[in-house]
Design a protein around this ligand. Structure first.
Ligand code: DQA
Length: 152
């Protein structure tokens, strides 16, 4: 039997305030509740998931670096860094770990500065606009990809 797939889930800035933060846009679930949905989904999928949130760009980059040879996939909601951070995109490119980008809101329905993602070109794909379900859909898509493309 092959080893269990491990996925690192990274939540970027201000996502620690979910529940309180603009619930009309981001929904009413807290980050802890989203993490527990992901945990339930990971059990169904038979994978392991570790979640981490940071408001610091450098901490997110360090987490991406440390994921090298530790995780098979990364699920990331980089928050506002999605639209600004060449450095996070470069880190993902450097470690070459298959990554799925997720957003709670539909970033294409919002202000034009949210329409561009630095993460998108280095991700397998993006899921945006399904609220907390974006994370579960993203995890399912990532695990499906990893199972279809096992590392040699
Ligand atoms: C977000 C969308 C970003 O534009 C915003 O800055 C966030 C959250 C989302 O999940 O919808 O912090 O990534």
């Amino acid at each position: 039997m092959s080893a269990q797939i491990s996925v690192l889930v990274l939540h970027g800035p201000n996502l620690n305030l979910l529940g309180l933060r603009e619930p009309q846009i981001y929904g009413s679930l807290t980050l802890q509740e989203i993490d527990s949905l992901l945990l339930t989904e990971s059990v169904v999928l038979g994978v392991s998931v570790v979640t981490q949130q940071s408001n610091q760009e450098g901490t997110l980059i360090d987490a991406i670096h440390s994921s090298y040879q530790q995780y098979q996939g990364i699920l990331i909601n980089a928050g506002a860094y999605t639209h600004t951070s060449v450095a996070i995109a470069d880190a993902l490119k450097a470690v070459r770990i298959p990554t799925v980008e997720v957003h709670l809101s539909n970033i294409y329905q919002r202000e034009s500065f949210r329409h561009h993602s630095y993460i998108a070109p280095v991700a397998i794909g993006q899921i945006s606009g399904f609220g907390a379900q974006s994370y579960c859909l993203g995890l399912r898509a990532l695990v499906g990809y990893l199972r279809d493309n096992p590392k040699l």
